[in-house]
Design a protein. Sequence first.
Length: 250
Amino acid sequence: MSGSEGESHSKTRKFKSLFKAGFSRGKKELVKGKLHVEHALGLGHQPNVIPEGEAGLVAESRTVVIGWHPVPGGGWLAQTGLGQLISKKINNYPDPTQHWAILVGDYCHQLWMDEDLDIIYINGEKAQSEWTVYEVGKTKLNDEALRQAGEMVIYNMREKQKGYNLITNNCQNFALNMLDAIQIGKQRDFGTALAIFQRATGKGRVSDLFLENLPEAEEQDEKPPDEIVQHAFKVMDENTTKLDTHHSLN
């Protein structure tokens, strides 16, 4: 091998080495950037704040509230493929920066997203100043039963579609599904569904005593269960900002 050929091979090896090192560093920076965005948006699972205990009933009815608060950085969602994939046949869609949840007692129960933008259940301590709230019904479930109800609702939603969708798989859908599951008049149905959910997932075990003590169907505020959910849907629809796809996405 001549001197010029050796020098050429040496430069080639050096270039490949530098390219490999640069590519590796680029991948690391990409991962770091992805994690930074996820952290800024608060994506991912969060610690459970509901005190440990058994699912059960309380003697007095508890007020169920739906509430919303603005999501810092939530406008990012509308700028991604999530917003772009909305059919142009739909005239408007819910503002993704307006986040809805179920609130009972000291805790809120809500749909959120993991790092892959798949829906998950999270809960948190309720801060009154953060939420604009509307009373929509009653429940007799304790906090642990409500937590399990939230997990069950998300599990059932993920069985149909695990990815977040601004129209068909969002926080409003979760709030209505959870309200339907926990409201007075649906306890028997809830107990059956919860037992099926726990057998399917292996998450906990609902006690036979809890199931035996669930009351028969009853109405709340002289309204059947279906009317409670319909009322909640109307409240959310009237109090959710709508974004015009023909204007926003063009």
